[in-house]
Write a protein that binds this ligand. Structure first.
Ligand SMILES: [Zn+2]
Length: 249
């Protein structure tokens, strides 16, 4: 029963309470993001990104620092600081990595405040301006609260953001071993280029033997290469968002 209610709430958040964001960059854009984040998203993916001259977005849950999630070692403070100093973006998850479906407004606010302070203390006062829903779970109530607090929020509903997107629940695709075989990546890149859309990819661990929620280094390189072949710009999430808002202003 609870799962059915959760499904209904996720679906409602997909179709209702939309906050229109015109997506009209000069050319199609790919953004790469990593959630939580596992240590390999920095130690393995970081050098790949550097080799390709790309910056990504790391969505941080402070409560996972130095811990373990899905049997994978998570980031350290040093990893976070290195990523930030390397020019990558740091965005907000909930502190405890709790789904917004399990948080009332006051608890969600407390989670966001705690994460915000935790990150600011470690990144020279940096205040995170955008959010990614843990587990991709969005709710109507959370969308309202997050929309007032952040410039934009990313979900995990499959798709390319084209035309008019939902600022508070942006579409994305998973750099996940459980999903990648089913994607037509060339087709998605071509659609993004043709429609001058915004394709956001999210992943977790990047390892030779990834979890179902992670990918291999080769997968990451392939996504970057395909985006380049399709003529897409590759920008972190918030930089891409700024480009959209500048166009629509
Ligand atoms: Zn997460």
């Amino acid at each position: 029963m609870k799962e059915r209610i959760d499904q209904f709430r996720r679906r409602a958040a997909r179709y209702l309470g939309r906050d229109p964001l015109p997506v009209q960059p000069g050319q199609g854009v790919l953004s790469l993001s990593f959630d939580d984040f596992p240590k390999s998203a920095w130690e393995v993916a970081g050098p790949i990104l550097k080799d390709h001259g790309i910056h990504a977005t790391y969505y941080v849950a402070g409560g996972l620092c130095d811990g373990s999630n899905m049997d994978k070692v998570q980031f350290s403070e040093r990893d976070l600081q290195e990523a930030f100093e390397g020019g990558h973006e740091v965005g907000c998850h909930t502190f405890s990595h709790t789904s917004v479906l399990r948080l009332d407004a006051a608890s969600l606010k407390a989670e966001l405040d705690r994460n915000s302070d935790w990150v600011a203390e470690r990144l020279d006062g940096h205040r995170m301006s955008h959010f990614a829903y843990p587990f991709g779970d969005a709710s109507l109530g959370a969308k309202g609260l997050l929309g007032r607090r952040f410039t934009h929020s990313r979900g995990v509903t499959d798709g390319v953001n084209t035309g008019v997107a939902d600022r508070n629940n942006l579409l994305s695709i998973g750099l996940e071993s459980r999903r990648l075989p089913d994607y037509d990546l060339e087709g998605l890149m071509a659609k993004t280029a043709e429609s001058r859309g915004w394709l956001i990819a999210y992943g977790h661990d990047v390892e030779a033997d990834p979890t179902p929620y992670g990918c291999t280094p080769q997968d990451l390189v392939r996504v970057i290469s395909l985006a380049r072949q399709a003529g897409l710009s590759i920008l972190p999430v918030s930089s891409a968002f700024s480009m959209m808002s500048a166009k629509s202003a």
